[in-house]
Design a protein around this ligand. Structure first.
Ligand SMILES: Cc1cc2nc3c(=O)[nH]c(=O)nc-3n(C[C@H](O)[C@H](O)[C@H](O)COP(=O)(O)OP(=O)(O)OC[C@H]3O[C@@H](n4cnc5c(N)ncnc54)[C@H](O)[C@@H]3O)c2cc1C
Length: 413
């Protein structure tokens, strides 16, 4: 590879804050709210012009019931607005093996996230890409950002990396593992509207039949479709679910393996391949499934959905314990060390870049309800660290647990 040398350059400090949250997906949003409610000064940076990450950007809008801690608060808020509800055909649940899945309206969610950040006086900078970390010794001091204003710095006492891909961890050179081979697939999600779901279900019996019918069509040579069609590595392949509105469906357009979610060339290829397949699938549905005759693609993901990329290696802590329990009715939990990277201090992570063992990560911890709750835990831990003048690694976990319980997260202790 060729290189160029860029001359040393002074860049302006755009902001100096107590807590900086990097990335405005569900985890970053939750971390910002949780820390602000504990009195911390919080600033959140996001590359897109709206919040939600994959939960809005990638049209991932079906969830296991959100019934514990911060995820319950979101469920209640969206339900009041008529923007959250159970699936219309729960038997078709493709991914949660018997869990009754629910769905929400991503546009209402986007709107509510900004409203909630404003209610808590969280500072927000959109359209801003994080491109580097500022580290002195083993302490992270800030990040380098780029936006229409050029290159700038943001300094902070504590940073939560909620970029999903652990970009800040990567730039700060803290240890992580990376799914560079794309063992967990990417998927392009899209919504179709104008669907007569009753008519479709009348023909096929259940949405889960769609991938079988598509495969038979491929075998007969009627359509070319090269992506994974059935459930693999926790990803449904080709599948359909009804959303909160009767004529709208959310579609998984196949599993693309072998591409890295943090390699720009792989991502470019993935966008092209998966968008093409989404159009093939939409056309096939219109021609082959009753009820789709008048349907159209309503929207496609802003970007291809990446399930897994980088995840931190957890730090061995003096004080550790459960700080995230995604669901009331399950015993699955995550401990604080899963949010604390090794080596680099003043840094926490939340969301899909936390440490979790593969079996737990695939089925549980990369989903939206746990990402919201790891965000809540990371935000509260950051606020405690700031208040006590200690690093996140030195936070007293029993204190954090008490604060989480007071804030409504049942930890099963
Ligand atoms: C196809 C697919 C289907 C899924 N199905 C389900 C499902 O049915 N139910 C379920 O509960 N979960 C599902 N998931 C998982 C779930 O959607 C995600 O794991 C979860 O939303 C991740 O949230 P997050 O906040 O950790 O990360 P992300 O959503 O990735 O958010 C990261 C945020 O950081 C921003 N960002 C990233 N890098 C930078 C940077 N360098 N500078 C500035 N900003 C940056 C991004 O724009 C984004 O807003 C699915 C995921 C995929 C991809």
């Amino acid at each position: 590879m060729d290189y160029v040398t860029i001359p040393e350059k002074r860049i302006p400090v755009a902001k100096n804050t107590d807590l900086l949250v990097c990335g405005g997906g569900v985890a970053g949003f939750a971390a910002a709210i949780a820390a602000a409610r504990m009195g911390a000064e919080v600033f959140l940076v996001e590359r897109y012009g709206f919040l939600g990450g994959e939960a809005t950007t990638s049209l991932v809008i079906t969830v296991p019931p959100m019934n514990n801690g911060f995820n319950k608060e979101i469920c209640d808020r969206l339900t009041k607005l008529g923007a959250y509800g159970p699936m219309r055909y729960p038997a078709a649940d493709p991914m949660a093996q018997g869990i009754r899945m629910e769905a929400y309206d991503p546009e209402v969610f986007k709107h509510e996230m900004v409203a909630m950040l404003r209610e808590e006086n969280v500072g927000l900078l959109l359209h801003t890409y994080i491109v580097d970390a500022i580290v002195e010794g083993n302490v992270i001091k800030g990040i380098v950002i780029e936006n229409k204003g050029g290159r700038q710095a943001i300094l902070a006492n504590v940073i939560v990396d909620a970029t999903g891909d652990a970009d800040v961890v990567h730039f700060a050179k803290a240890p992580y593992v990376n799914d560079a081979e794309g063992a967990i697939p990417m998927t392009m999600m899209f919504n179709m509207t104008g669907v007569d779901s009753d008519k479709a279900i009348g023909q096929i019996g259940n949405w889960s039949r769609v991938h079988d019918l598509l495969r038979e069509s491929v075998e007969r040579g009627e359509v070319e479709f090269d992506l994974g069609m059935t459930m693999k590595a926790g990803a449904p392949g080709v599948s359909i679910e009804n959303l909160v509105y009767p004529d709208e469906v959310n579609i998984w357009s196949g599993n693309l393996f072998g591409r890295s979610g943090v390699d720009p060339e792989d991502l470019t290829e993935a966008e092209i391949i998966t968008r093409e397949h989404a159009y093939i699938l939409a056309g096939w549905l219109k021609e082959n499934i009753h009820g789709f005759e008048n349907a159209r693609i309503e929207m496609m993901s802003t970007q291809v959905g990446v399930r897994r990329s980088r995840q931190i290696k957890p730090r061995r802590l003096d004080s550790d314990g459960v700080v995230c329990k995604p669901y009331c009715n399950s015993t699955v939990t995550l401990t604080y060390s899963s949010l604390v990277p090794e080596v680099v201090d003043s840094l926490l992570v939340a969301g899909r870049c936390v440490h979790a063992k593969e079996d737990k990560f695939g089925g549980i911890f990369r989903l939206i309800p746990p990402c919201l709750n790891t965000g809540q835990a990371a935000g509260m831990a950051a606020a405690i660290a700031l208040e006590n003048g200690v690093t996140p690694a030195a936070v007293d976990v029993p204190t954090l647990q008490q604060d989480l319980i007071r804030a409504g997260q049942e930890l099963g202790l």
